[in-house]
Ligand binder design. Structure first.
Ligand code: NAD
Length: 394
């Protein structure tokens, strides 16, 4: 039986993934094997010795002490792409709102409540101010073709737009999912110079902060509309305001309110609603639960932020997992333990990610030697955790 402690309310859809005869789940579990959480701040809590994996239903993991977990061999998971559809739908909303003056029109209609005379005459007279172009046949430039960017590019293409994309680190998985009608821009400058609409879907880090600055705005096609549903800091505020004022941009639609932009008539802001759907919460809970189940039951790692993805078909009788520092001679030291015990290795995989590595070994039935093998593995300098994952009945 595996024990799971929840630190936040987790959607039933996620919790139902845990087979009831193998997992016990509670928010007060004493010695949990796994922890499931959303935004609970784990920095202040003592993580029990028994914990092997932590799954965050969501993308960010800054509420989890990753370094401490890595040093203890605790694998931390997140759920990338779990909210991608929710964000995609909001981006398409933003795309249409940036083009047709729908939100401005809605606000104006409210002012007619107390107006005198025939409301339909007033409507017909006033609607001229809210003319806006169709998106069909226009060019959309998508910067960052990950989970969200690919969905946005594909749906925009289906809406009749010409779509170009830019992502120098495009993953094979993303390439498989991207519509073949999406064309490649040769550079960010090339993309912004050709696009009537631009949408950015890259993570915020030191190299992407202020991607849109004075220099890049100078390359933007006059009157383009910029959508930013990724992070506010990807766009430099002063340069943005200048671009809005001098007509470089005809609209900026974003999910990240900023005091300087409030009240500007060509800015449309939502209050960080990208992932705010019940489905997105459920998707993330389901993904996090599956990651924890596969890790605890089979040693498989998928979507970890501190250890590498690792999977291998189970071929032996006993499966052992080892988390270790990514330093020379680890494999030699690990396999020496099996050699010393005269154990045959049926199958083995070793993967690394930055400073850390993870090994899965399928071996013969190790009879009464399991405990001593694990003890010997843990004694190796650089090994931070080792456990028997699957043990066939002897
Ligand atoms: N509005 C919201 O509520 C909300 C919700 C979820 C995510 N987000 C934001 O959306 C971002 C994208 O999410 P995702 O799930 O698609 O992430 P992802 O990791 O799947 O994709 C990011 C893509 O950006 C690419 N990239 C990185 N640096 C780049 C660069 N300099 N130029 C071009 N491409 C670059 C990567 O290769 C990757 O393909 C997240 O980082 C997050 O900040 C916002």
């Amino acid at each position: 039986m595996y024990n799971i402690r929840t630190l936040n309310n987790i959607s039933e859809k996620g919790l139902n993934k845990f087979p009831k005869d193998e997992f016990e789940i509670s928010d007060r579990m004493e010695n949990p094997d796994g922890i499931l959480l959303r935004s609970f701040d784990m920095h202040q809590m003592e993580i029990p010795e028994s914990v092997k994996g932590i799954a965050r239903a969501g993308a960010g993991t800054n509420n989890i002490p990753i370094d401490e977990c890595s040093k203890r061999g605790i694998v931390v998971f997140n759920t990338p792409g779990g909210n991608a559809n929710a964000v995609k739908e909001l981006v398409i909303t933003g795309l249409l709102l940036s083009s047709r003056k729908v939100s401005q029109g809605i606000e104006w209609v409210k002012t007619l409540k107390d107006a005198e005379g025939d409301i339909s005459k007033a409507t017909e007279a006033g609607k001229k101010q809210f003319v806006g172009p169709e998106i069909q046949g226009k060019t959309l430039g998508v910067i960052g073709l990950g989970a969200i960017g690919v969905l946005v590019a594909n749906v925009a293409q289906k809406l009749g737009m010409d779509v170009i994309g830019y992502d120098p680190y495009l993953s094979i998985d993303a390439a498989w999912h991207l519509s073949s009608h999406v064309h490649k821009a040769s550079s960010m400058e090339d993309l912004v110079s050709k696009s009537d609409y631009i949408t950015i879907h890259v993570p915020l880090n030191d190299s992407t902060r202020n991607t849109f600055n004075k220099e890049l705005f100078s390359k933007v096609k006059k009157g383009a509309r910029l959508l930013n549903y990724a992070r506010g800091e990807l766009v430099e505020t002063e340069a943005l305001i200048e671009a809005l004022n001098d007509g470089t941009l005809s609209c900026y639609a974003t999910d990240f309110p900023m005091r300087e932009l409030i009240g500007m008539k060509n800015v449309i802001t939502t209050p960080h609603l990208g992932a705010s759907t019940p489905e997105s919460e459920e998707n993330c809970a389901e993904m996090a639960s599956k990651e924890l189940i596969n890790f605890l039951k089979y040693g498989i790692i998928k979507n970890s932020v501190n250890f590498p993805n690792c999977d291998v078909p189970y071929t032996g009788k006993t499966r052992i997992s080892i988390a270790n520092r990514n330093v020379p001679n680890m494999i030699g030291s690990i396999t020496a333990v099996f050699a010393k015990e005269n154990l045959n290795i049926d199958n083995m995989i070793n993967k690394s990610k930055g400073m850390w590595a993870y090994t899965l070994i399928d071996t013969d039935n190790i009879d009464g030697k399991a405990e001593s093998v694990i003890e010997e593995l843990k004694k190796i300098d650089g090994v931070v955790s080792a456990r028997v994952v699957i043990k066939e009945a002897e």
